[in-house]
Ligand binder design. Structure first.
Ligand SMILES: Nc1nc2c(ncn2[C@@H]2O[C@H](COP(=O)(O)OP(=O)(O)O)[C@@H](O)[C@H]2O)c(=O)[nH]1
Ligand SMILES: [Mg+2]
Ligand SMILES: [Zn+2]
Length: 328
């Protein structure tokens, strides 16, 4: 039976079949996968084959993991050399960011964008909590919007509190599997509750926000979106197929990420994941130019002339310095 993974709690996977049946599946020792360096061999979004173990309890064994169309990996925060697959078979990635309570740093946004570029997953930036914006934040937003749109990313204003932009973001989710990410406290669960009221996800109390926040979402989890025009759900609307998920689309809520390391990216590759630098590939004096201290660098020239945002270049250099090429 083919099924898609909706939630992973470590050793058990909550999966859904094409008929919309929910099973609890587990990996048996037999299915040992060679060369796996990730902390989780099966991720949310994976398409698997299962064999029923107990029909009454709806438990099953995983017999096969089908090839992934794509996936997003991150470095495990505790073990540098280990990967953690955040989600598999996704169509797009929505990064929720905030300029207040908590403030998302540009470095965090750029690292996330680099990751999405590296895995060929289109990324959209959603600025939530716009109701909290004063002059300072409004100006910051406009500057960042201009900067990211110039590079080709879609930037949306949203306030789950007032409803601004919620319908626009909801419309973007239709028919796709979207990964919802962002720091803890930016409003991921609140947003999902707004578009899927029956969910009633636990949200975090922002009062007494310490910047540390307890994570209310511990595991990534996928939620089907209601089917049909206007988001009306009907029976039989959900379907699982190869890389599919529900026809109406689905959203994967991820635990708030404080930090994540980039994996599998070498220093030489990095500028290829900055679209504005990728556009200049091969034009520098040295063809192995890292756009750092080399002479005749067109990227640095573009920064000087204001064609590439200085802040994006600073992010590039920061990430470049953080990549330890000894890993490759
Ligand atoms: N002012 C304001 N607060 C919001 C908004 N969206 C969410 N919050 C609050 O931010 C806090 C964290 O939200 P939560 O959904 O738990 O964030 P998550 O960790 O990303 O899932 C909660 O107290 C929400 O009520 C918004 O648009 N404006
Ligand atoms: Mg949450
Ligand atoms: Zn260069």
């Amino acid at each position: 039976m083919m099924a898609q993974v909706y939630k992973s709690t470590g050793s058990w996977y909550v999966v859904k079949t094409a008929e919309g049946e929910v099973w609890n599946a587990r990996l048996k020792g037999i299915l040992r996968l060679d060369g796996i360096t990730s902390t989780n061999p099966i991720a949310v979004g994976d398409i698997i084959n299962i064999e029923p173990e107990d029909e009454l309890e709806r438990t099953a064994l995983v017999t096969e993991i089908l090839d992934r169309r794509n996936y997003i990996n991150r470095q495990s925060p505790s073990h540098r050399m280990q990967h953690h697959i955040v989600a598999a078979n996704i169509d797009q990635s929505l990064l929720l960011v905030t300029l207040k309570e908590p403030r998302t740093s540009q470095g965090f946004i750029d690292r996330w964008l680099v990751t999405c570029e590296a895995y060929h997953v289109p990324a959209i930036l959603v600025f939530n909590k716009t109701d909290l914006y004063r002059k300072k934040e409004a100006e910051k937003f406009e500057a960042w919007k201009e900067m990211y749109e110039a590079v080709g990313y879609r930037v949306i204003r949203m306030s789950v509190e007032t409803g601004e932009g919620v319908e626009e973001v909801k419309a973007l989710l239709q028919g796709k599997i979207s990964l919802l990410s962002g720091h803890s406290g930016v409003g991921k669960s609140s947003f999902l509750n707004a578009i899927l009221p029956e969910l009633r996800l636990k949200t975090q109390d922002v009062s007494g926000w310490s910047g540390k926040g307890t994570h209310t979402t511990t595991f990534a989890e996928m939620f089907d979106l209601p089917a049909g025009p206007g988001g009306l759900s009907g029976p039989g609307a959900e379907r699982v197929d190869q890389g599919g998920g529900s026809q109406a689309g689905a959203v994967i809520d991820t635990p708030g990420m404080k930090e994540f390391g980039l994996v599998d990216i070498s220093r030489a590759e990095l500028s290829g994941y900055f679209p504005e630098m990728r556009a200049l590939a091969g034009e520098c004096q040295f063809n192995n130019c890292l756009h750092a201290e080399e002479p005749g660098c067109v990227v640095k020239q573009a920064v000087m002339e204001g064609d590439i945002a200085e802040d994006r270049y600073v992010s590039y250099r920061t990430i470049l310095d953080s990549i330890d090429d000894k890993n490759y």
